[in-house]
Ligand binder design. Structure first.
Ligand SMILES: *Cc1c(COP(=O)(O)O)cnc(C)c1O
Length: 385
């Protein structure tokens, strides 16, 4: 277990993840939930998240890259793993050996993979990705027949077919419906009923549970974050944000009217002000664009003032407070709360980016709000990143 002496940490509530998972399991009926744990489980720590969702009924995890899948296998995760991105030819025998499902992203990919197949190993499990309008990766609609033929003629274990929506989180649903229509035409010519069909991400699973098919791929909302403000408003169930970010005051002083602070001395005190320093900066993912963002101290909102440094930043207190006072950057304190969406708005980005940019210098500490004791605990067998 890594030791941490700096008070800055991301606390991940695994109980929140369980509750969000159950909500999607209920909403999706007979369809299974594929837990999307790419990018270190959207910054929440992939091992702890993987173990939590597996214990709660998930039987397939999805990642973006071959390396992410191998990491999970090497850590002893035995659940089905789907790599949703493209994999290179060198990975094909590894995928066969380690029982990792790979995605067929094009006709070229299928020919490449067919050449690499090792007949002595288990069959290569593939899911076929169809490009119905996202225009990122996937078989084109006019290539679907040829792809089905090619797969049938080679020793692939053809286990799934999927597509990805470009606008499921938006109010304008014209492209979304075009994509649904295109995917239906593909499913119509799919002869093997054992091939699982999955199309929905968090937004589609929330707004269109009738499209759940055999499985839904839930990423962002597993972590308690709405894919967009629009989906957040339309949601008919509650999400529980799993990540909170906290630190402690490490320095306090008064600055006089007119004095500046931090790089460039761009902030000037308008009166005598109590300024506290926090041990978190842009190298932790607290980007410079968060200057002016509120944090919670003593259940009150106070602003970040002056430029954010690499390892530290300053806040303006409304009264003198001691070193060691708790500061909540994301999450609840007193009756107040700051959600990831608020950071996203200030940074003019989407909430997805926020947990992903919290760097590995910020330890992930695990708690579980659904445990009776409700005490924060650290999973002894999980190395914090
Ligand atoms: C990331 C990803 C998802 C999960 O999307 P969310 O919006 O986070 O639920 C699903 N499918 C594919 C192909 C993805 O790349």
């Amino acid at each position: 277990m890594t030791e941490h002496y700096r008070p800055t940490k991301a606390v991940i509530d695994l109980g929140a993840i369980k509750k969000n998972l159950v909500a999607f399991q209920q909403k999706s009926g007979d369809a299974q939930v594929i837990a999307v744990v790419k990018a270190d489980a959207y910054g929440h720590g992939v091992l702890a998240v993987a173990k939590t969702v597996i214990e709660n009924g998930v039987s397939m995890l999805a990642v973006a890259t071959p390396d992410e899948a191998l990491f999970l296998r090497n850590e002893g995760i035995e659940t089905e793993l789907l790599v949703m991105g493209a994999t290179p030819s060198s990975f094909i025998p590894v995928a066969q050996q380690r029982n990792i499902i790979v995605t067929a992203v094009s006709l070229e990919w299928l020919s490449m993979a067919a050449v690499q197949l090792s007949p002595d190993l288990n069959e290569l499990k593939i899911h076929l990705k169809v490009d119905t309008g996202m225009r990122r990766i996937g078989i084109q609609l006019d290539e679907v027949d040829e792809a089905f033929g090619f797969i049938a003629d080679h020793d692939f274990a053809f286990q799934g077919i999927f597509t990805h929506f470009a606008t499921a989180d938006e109010k304008d649903s014209s492209l979304f419906h075009e994509q649904v229509h295109a995917m239906n035409s593909v499913i119509d010519i799919l002869e093997d009923p054992s091939v699982m069909v999955h199309v929905s991400n968090s937004a589609a699973a929330t707004m269109h549970p009738e499209l759940a098919c055999d499985a839904v791929r839930i990423g962002i909302s597993l972590y308690g974050i709405a894919p967009s403000p629009y989906v957040g408003e339309e949601m008919d169930f509650k999400l529980y944000p799993a990540l909170s970010l906290e630190t402690e005051i490490i320095h306090v002083k008064q600055i006089k009217t007119g004095e500046g602070l931090s790089y460039g001395a761009t902030y000037r005190a308008e009166q005598d002000e109590w300024i506290a320093t926090l041990p978190i900066g842009y190298a932790d993912g607290m980007l410079r664009g968060l200057q002016g963002q509120d944090v919670l101290v003593k259940g009150q909102r106070v602003p970040v003032v002056g430029r954010i440094c690499m390892d530290q930043c300053m806040i303006r207190l409304s009264e003198k407070l001691p070193v060691g006072e708790k500061v909540q950057l994301i999450g609840h304190q007193g009756g107040q709360q700051i959600f990831i969406d608020e950071w996203a708005r200030r940074l003019e980005t989407i909430p997805y980016e926020i947990p992903c940019i919290l760097t590995k210098r910020v330890p992930r500490i695990y708690s579980d709000s659904t445990e009776v004791s409700n005490l924060p605990f650290q999973e002894p067998d999980i190395m914090l990143r």
